[in-house]
Write a protein that binds this ligand. Structure first.
Ligand code: B12
Ligand code: SF4
Length: 519
């Protein structure tokens, strides 16, 4: 069988999408022919790419992307996709989608399906798992995959190849002659038996990612699948609900297994940095961390980054992972207001716990990022200032900021629809703006005000309070505001240039000692 994957990525965000890589490994093992059509390096409409956008809001200073050939070429993505389909002649087109590229994915699929009705189309990924009913009714989709897809796609392709009936395959909703067959899910994947993901299917430029202003050849891995928390804005709740064995949803790989996997890819791709994409890196499991750190130091030794939850960080394990090579942590702060965090987001921890984690990063001299959101339901200007103040106190190396969006399948989305904060029938229009503005309408704060705070957030966090009056002016969109913004931007760079610059070398131990270059 020939399977063509479609990765409809509009914003040149690099990093191989592991979902497709895993599916590809399973299909290749069964002897199928696999290819991918990836729009990452094609300019898809008038959307700014992810890193340009982060640089414009002062969140990062980027290295030269062109040096690494990270460029979006001018091309007509739908036409190229059609050409690819006509030359590869796939039996199946398999697409992965997240909410912000869902309609773009549909647009590409529709074009093919209208001409090649015999090609079977299957979609999977977060949007499908969280809202299968919305997806399967689309005219260009034959099959929707709920949850993990490794075994489901493998069974599907083998069943089609053998000319058998596909209607009862677990994890799949199958549409035939207008009727939808909804099958139950199979048990969760055993993360210690899973095949290694096939990165080779993707353009190797996906391996390049910037961090702290420098470009690294980064490998992307997970040690655990799932999460122990159920925040109201995150897909994990909906994802865990689709499985009968919910208690096993958070799964951790054996330390020897994950370390062997990383060592294999380090060698194969000459990696410089390891990026753990775990929703919840298992730092809270000392017995696992002991072995992981020992094996990692012996067999990999590359610098790495992880995401931590403020509630689950203990100094003993923190020191251990730094010793093993952890050189960057990301921590979801989200809001600096404990009440908003608890009532709106379903995240319960104290501000002191957030500050303690960043203090540890400073004590152990590693880089740190906070993740923050703006434009939350019921959030007023004063609440946003609590987020600014918490970041000022915690003093992470970088404070990432995004607009809150009510993604499908989340509790907060239901609330936003109920309260009429947005119009779900306009979802398609929102895809082009989800990174640049809030598409929600709140009675307590205007979008213009949110946009102004988004642009100036870094100035508030990094500059002394004496500048607040000027920053307030820079929030506006008048000519004066623009002049003040560019003046403050210069001061901002002068301040941040004095901060440490990070240089991670392939040997994590060296990067620790040459970590801070004072300019
Ligand atoms: C790593 C990650 C990233 C990375 C890398 C993304 C990438 N290129 O893969 C970065 C940081 C770049 C990123 C960016 C974004 N991300 Co992100 N990301 C994740 C994260 C943490 C893990 C994804 C992953 O690799 N999982 C491991 C693989 C193996 O699982 P998987 O992708 O789900 O695939 C399995 C199944 O879904 C299924 N499957 C998937 N595709 C297909 C296709 C077919 C045909 C079939 C049969 C099955 C199938 O089978 C796979 C194997 O079991 C998830 C959270 C999570 N736990 O899922 C969020 C998540 C996917 N991200 C999310 C979001 C919102 C974003 C951003 C929009 C954030 C932003 N504000 O800009 C961008 C979008 C970028 C883009 N164009 O894709 C949301 C999506 C929510 C939604 N409803 O759409 C998630 C779910 C987190 C959340 N808050 O809920 N992300
Ligand atoms: S801790 Fe993070 S990954 Fe886990 S449920 Fe909350 S937002 Fe999602």
């Amino acid at each position: 069988m020939k399977i063509l994957f479609l990765y409809p990525n509009k914003v040149m965000v690099t990093r191989v999408p592991l979902g497709i890589c895993y599916l590809s490994s399973y299909l290749k093992k069964d002897g199928h022919q696999v290819k991918v059509f990836d729009t990452t390096f094609i300019k898809c409409g008038n959307v700014q790419n992810d890193e340009e956008l982060r640089a414009a809001s002062l969140q990062v200073r980027n290295p030269d992307f062109k040096e690494y050939k990270l460029i979006e070429r001018e091309a007509d993505a739908p036409v190229e996709f059609e050409n690819e389909v006509e030359s590869f002649k796939p039996d199946i087109i398999a697409t992965t989608v997240v909410d912000p590229n869902y309609n773009f994915g549909l647009e590409l699929l529709r074009r093919i399906k209208s001409k090649h009705k015999n090609i079977v189309t299957i979609v999977g990924g977060p949007t499908v798992t969280y809202a299968p009913g919305e997806v399967i009714v689309e005219d260009c989709i034959d099959i929707a995959c709920i949850g993990e897809g490794e075994e489901a796609i493998s069974e599907l392709c083998n069943t089609i190849q053998n000319g058998k009936d596909i209607k009862g395959i677990k994890n799949l909703w199958v549409k035939e002659n207008g009727k939808i067959y909804k099958n139950v899910t199979r048990p969760l994947v055993n993360v210690n038996e899973i095949l290694y993901p096939d990165w080779d299917i993707f353009d190797h430029r996906h391996l390049f990612r910037p961090l702290g202003g420098k470009m690294y050849k980064m490998g992307i891995f997970y040690m655990s699948r799932g999460c122990l928390f159920r925040c109201k804005y995150c897909g994990n709740n909906a994802q865990s609900q689709v499985y009968a064995d919910k208690s096993k949803y958070y799964r951790i790989k054996r330390p020897d297994y994950i370390v062997q996997e990383i060592a294999f890819y380090k060698e194969k791709y000459d990696l410089e940095f390891v990026f753990f994409i775990d929703d919840l890196f298992p730092l809270h499991k000392p017995e696992i961390m002991n072995d992981f750190c020992r094996f990692y130091k012996e067999q990999v030794g590359l610098p790495f980054t992880i995401s931590l939850h403020p509630e689950l960080v203990k100094e003993e394990q923190f020191a251990m992972i730094v010793d093993a090579g952890c050189r960057n942590i990301s921590v979801g702060v989200e809001s600096g207001d404990p009440k908003i965090r608890k009532d709106v987001l379903g995240r319960i921890y104290r501000n002191e716990q957030v500050i303690d984690v960043f203090n540890l990063a400073q004590k152990y001299k590693i880089r740190s990022s906070s993740f923050n959101m703006i434009g939350l339901p019921y959030e007023e200007r004063s609440n946003i200032f609590k987020t600014i103040e918490l970041n000022k106190k915690a003093n992470p190396t970088s404070a990432t900021l995004t607009f809150f969006h009510p993604y499908r399948g989340t509790e907060l989305r239901d609330l936003c629809i109920r309260e009429k904060f947005f119009d779900p029938s306009r979802e398609k229009d929102y895809e082009t703006i989800y990174r640049t503005e809030s598409y929600l309408n709140f009675p307590q704060i205007s979008n213009k005000a949110l946009h102004g705070l988004f642009r100036t957030f870094q100035l508030y966090v990094k500059l002394p309070k004496i500048f607040y009056g000027l920053i307030r002016i820079a929030e506006g969109d008048t000519l004066l505001a623009k002049i003040v913004f560019s003046m403050l931007k210069r001061i901002f760079y002068r301040v941040t240039d004095k901060e440490s610059k990070w240089n991670f070398t392939k040997n994590a131990q060296d990067s620790q000692t040459c970590k801070k270059i004072k300019l």
